[in-house]
Design a protein around this ligand. Sequence first.
Ligand SMILES: NC(=O)c1ccc[n+]([C@@H]2O[C@H](COP(=O)([O-])OP(=O)(O)OC[C@H]3O[C@@H](n4cnc5c(N)ncnc54)[C@H](OP(=O)(O)O)[C@@H]3O)[C@@H](O)[C@H]2O)c1
Length: 486
Amino acid sequence: MSKSNVEPHLIVVFGATGDLFHRKLLPALFRLVKRRAEPVPYRILGVARRGDLDDASFRMLCAKALESAGVAESDSARAPFLAALDYQTLQDGVEDSYRSLAERIDALETAHRLPHNRIFYLALPPQAFPATIAGLGAVGLNRSAGFTRLVIEKPFGRDLATARELNALVHTAFEEPQVYRIDHYLGKETVQNLFVFRFANALFEPIWNRDRIEHVQITVSEELGVESRAGYYEQAGALRDMVQNHLTQLLCLTAMEPPAQFEADAIRNEKVKVLRSIAPISEDDVVFGQYTPGNVDGAQVRGYLGETGVAPESKTETFVALKLAVSNWRWQGVPFYLRTGKRMPKRLSQITVSFRCPPVSMFQPFNTCVLSSNQLVITVQPDEGFDLVFEVKAPGDSMTMRSQRMQYRYHEHFETLPDGYETLLRDVIVGDQTLFVRADEVEKSWELFTPVLERARAVHGYAAGSWGPAAAERLVVSEDHRWVQR
Ligand SMILES: NC(=O)c1ccc[n+]([C@@H]2O[C@H](COP(=O)([O-])OP(=O)(O)OC[C@H]3O[C@@H](n4cnc5c(N)ncnc54)[C@H](OP(=O)(O)O)[C@@H]3O)[C@@H](O)[C@H]2O)c1
């Protein structure tokens, strides 16, 4: 996030025939290379089990992927980028196959005069992580004369035990400073802007605490249903898929203390402290939901149980709402509400900070209006920016008030926002771990949510196109709050 010098390097992507590589990583790598002020020698080696590909046919696949990502054939950066791509077949779990990979890496580094700076990116299904990590370690690809970094995609474990097991396996071959656990939400500009917003503006920090803040809401909603991912989603559900990682990261950045330095471990220490301060989540503070048939954006859609690949009696949650208590000096008594769901009215990632009302309303005698609280609404996506909601006097004779918003939108001030993966890949290349999840952080998060996953649960239906089950209302109403739906 802060360092800028890029050394020559080789990126090895495992899962190079997959969706993530073609749709996200490849276009992000292209933009990253194109944006560099000075050219830096690099190669990208795609690895997968598929045996019918060679360098030439792999480059053709990649050319199509770039085209789908909007890179024009006439773009002068395209041909040299494609020429820097190579392909290697690998059978996971077969040691000889990793030996061949090591030889190929050596050959590429020699041919292109690259120092031994290596990045291994696991864009693989999670079941393939262990064999790949062990394979790299077995043939000595976990160390080199330059730097060696390991990037691991989500999901990192499916509960506390599996996350600990995976961390232990990673640490048999790699040291923690070599490991970059991805949460792509952290790559988003608006999420990183939370640091600046909170710690570079004297206006907000003095009121960012229990004295001035009434409650905080974090909503990540999707219009889409499960689509073609039922195989994965049936085993995961919304809590594992969204809450344990993305929403928890947003909560940590909202609630953390200012770090002593703007430096990866100082920041990650503060995030872990937030997780340690969260009280165990009681059964009454969680609501699970599952979408039923309904209407989204004018179209009638199926319920979750009618989706292809979903078990007829499935209890998998497509919605979760939770109330969390961050029990520390700054936040004691301030509820943090987290909510995520599929098939909701719109796609939205938003943090709403509701401030306390003035202690006395001198306006009450004049009319019947009730003061609403000021709010700061930080929109992570889409339409990135923030809104400040405050009261004004409505013009006219009577003292009537109206809530108004002051808006800031990124796109009105900056031409382009880099994609999250572009930011994260740049940080891996320069060795900045600030935006990556540390081993203890991922375990603390699972420690919090694993008991919730293991408890028997009621799953409430909600119509597709609604903001979730009615039961989710009771979480907030019991505290005299309301969900914010903007
Ligand atoms: N797609 C996204 O937008 C997205 C977003 C966030 C996170 N992720 C994460 O990124 C990872 C990859 O996702 P993806 O969508 O790219 O998956 P995918 O389309 O299914 O691709 C998986 C890739 O892994 C390779 N592979 C190697 N060993 C494998 C094994 N044992 N089983 C199955 N495939 C194996 C596959 O190629 P061969 O079969 O030829 O080996 C293929 O290249 C997952 O962990 C996912 O959770 C994806």
